[in-house]
Design a protein around this ligand. Structure first.
Ligand SMILES: Cc1cc2nc3c(=O)[nH]c(=O)nc-3n(C[C@H](O)[C@H](O)[C@H](O)COP(=O)(O)OP(=O)(O)OC[C@H]3O[C@@H](n4cnc5c(N)ncnc54)[C@H](O)[C@@H]3O)c2cc1C
Length: 538
């Protein structure tokens, strides 16, 4: 076997440069002085936070439209400031920051949670008691979600004691969102309104658990923020922190195997285009490639894992279509201010994933304007997103990127047109703004992010997710950890906290608490140096 070892002497290897991988790498470097190697299969680092460019002026993010909990003094902001050495700035979105658009009415979501609640009560006065209770239940479900997710940080001898208590306390969080809605609300329009953000966790109310629904609702209760310079600014500002201790990110390096010696991870085998395999060794190996990829593709099949079949059989997450649009002029012309628009053709969110691109009439789309959120944008852009089932695209899977045949290109054109028309119907004049359009399908996500079936939120947050021993940062293999979405939760914040959690586990007893305490102290010291940017486009 040829063994090429271009650079060695790393203290830890991270597989994948998504926000989870970058966070754990930065914390290990900054807090423990570790030299970390991050290996990324894509040619651009950042995972779903990466951006791309067309016509040398249009920039789009592939997996970031807004992040919540980023106000001064918030935990999310403190962690981001820590891992970027305060180099990343955040732009607050306008208030209202979202609009829920239905055939017969539009609801503007305020970034003030009391105002949001009052607006709902004004529309549905008969359901006032249930609405107030809903916001209390959301709070409780979020608390439960946090405790449940952090359980693995407690010593294992405490688990038999803690698990039954946590299980009982989580009754509401563990039921499906639809079960909760049916029990508490009469009006289907109110049920639909409350779950209008379901695209943020990728599962309609009949499939998602109320815990993850609550996590997202609560995450955005104070509005949305956007990284100045776009998603790519995230990796750009974390990379120097990793480099400070001699660490680095190598792109176009696909890890094909985690190397084991007896029951211990000792390194990785890597494929690089037009090269011999490379082998890297380190005493710690961390995977940001997701539970599915790590357990089923990276750990050698000869290793006796008890739960391979259960991972294979577990429900799969939905994927997405995105139309990336370059605009001739500012969408402010049509009254847009940078808020997101969730456009629905019906109140039944549960029917949405059944949309078929073969007769594509989209029942729903999400519209956002990256250029209105980013003060550094060089040209105006928009994105239209729709959730879709991967299986509709499976037939073109084996064909190479950009050479998938005329039927695929024709289908893409059709889908692009119908999504633009759905927006046009609600916002006449929108299509006249368009200079450039490009569609990505689940196959693009699978190709660029290496995620199973182009799933965008990792292992889906159905109620059964909480019972799986393979969800979390710990693995049965010594010195091998998971990070990112499947170690904690979905979204930029969830995956980032997955990075903090993994760093905490590696640090040892009370590691997570110690890291968070350092991060919060850093935030208190630097709070006056990182003023929040306010929306001001006049
Ligand atoms: C269209 C879209 C819109 C979204 N919008 C938002 C939003 O507005 N707000 C929000 O909070 N979240 C949003 N998300 C979700 C969010 O982007 C993700 O949940 C989060 O970024 C996931 O981070 P991660 O670190 O877990 O994984 P990823 O970002 O998926 O990173 C995993 C990395 O591992 C690499 N990798 C995989 N296998 C290998 C291998 N074998 N070898 C080497 N590298 C490998 C991949 O290439 C990738 O770079 C969106 C996602 C999508 C797709």
């Amino acid at each position: 076997m040829v063994s090429v070892t271009p650079q060695q002497g790393f203290d830890a290897i991270v597989i994948g440069s998504g926000i989870g991988g970058l966070t754990v790498a930065a914390i290990l470097a900054k807090l423990q002085g570790k030299r970390v190697l991050v290996l990324e299969q894509h040619f651009t680092p950042g995972g779903f936070t990466h951006s791309f460019e067309r016509l040398q002026k249009f920039h789009w993010d592939v997996g970031l439209h807004y992040v919540g909990d980023m106000g001064e003094g918030s935990t999310g902001r403190a962690v981001f400031d820590y891992i970027t050495n305060g180099q990343l700035k955040w732009q607050k979105m306008p208030d209202p920051f979202e609009k829920f658009v239905y055939p017969d009415f539009t609801f503007a979501v305020s970034a003030d949670p009391l105002r949001y609640q009052a607006d709902l009560i004004q529309l549905f006065p008969d359901e006032q008691v249930a609405i107030r209770q809903y916001f209390r239940d959301v709070k409780q479900a979020v608390l439960w979600f946090g405790i449940q997710t952090m359980l693995e940080l407690f010593p294992s001898w405490l688990h038999p004691l803690l698990k039954p208590i946590i299980h009982r306390f989580g009754a509401i969080a563990r039921e499906t969102t639809q079960t909760y809605l049916d029990r508490n609300f009469q009006d289907i329009r109110l049920q639909a309104l409350l779950t209008s953000q379901w695209g943020d966790y990728g599962l309609p109310p009949s499939e998602s658990c109320f815990g993850v629904h609550s996590l997202i609702v609560s995450h955005y209760l104070h509005g949305g923020w956007y990284p100045v310079g776009g998603g790519q600014a995230i990796a750009k500002s974390i990379m120097p922190v990793i480099a400070q201790t001699g660490g680095t990110i190598l792109t176009q390096r696909r890890v094909t195997e985690i190397l084991l010696h007896e029951n211990t991870a000792i390194g990785v085998k890597v494929e690089k285009p037009n090269s011999l395999p490379e082998y890297y060794y380190a005493p710690i190996v961390i995977s940001d490639a997701g539970a599915f990829n790590t357990y089923l593709h990276l750990i050698p099949p000869s290793y006796p894992l008890p739960y391979r079949d259960s991972i294979r059989a577990f429900p799969k997450g939905n994927s997405m279509l995105t139309v990336y649009l370059g605009l001739k002029e500012s969408p402010e012309k049509l009254g847009f201010r940078g808020e997101n628009h969730w456009i629905y053709t019906s109140y039944n969110h549960n029917a949405v994933p059944l949309a078929s691109p073969l007769t594509f009439t989209p029942p729903f789309c999400y519209l956002s304007f990256p250029s209105l959120k980013d003060p550094l944008a060089s040209a105006h852009t928009a994105e239209i997103i729709a959730h879709v089932n991967y299986d509709f695209f499976r037939q073109w899977r084996e064909q190479p990127w950009r050479r998938r045949g005329t039927d695929y290109t024709q289908l893409k054109r059709q889908i692009t047109e119908s999504l633009i028309q759905l927006v046009e119907k609600h916002y006449p004049g929108f299509q006249d703004l368009i200079e450039y359009a490009e569609l990505s399908t689940p196959l693009s996500i699978e190709y660029f992010d290496a995620s199973d079936r182009g799933a965008v939120y990792g292992i889906p947050c159905v109620p059964e997710r909480f019972d799986q021993p393979w969800i979390g940062a710990k693995t049965p293999i010594k010195n091998l950890y998971l990070t990112g979405t499947d170690a904690f939760s979905l979204g930029i914040m969830g995956a980032m906290m997955g990075g903090v959690k993994t760093a905490g586990l590696i640090q040892g007893p009370f590691g997570f608490a110690k890291i968070m305490s350092t991060i919060m102290q850093n935030a208190a010291r630097t709070s006056n140096r990182n003023p929040e940017l306010q929306v001001s486009r006049e």
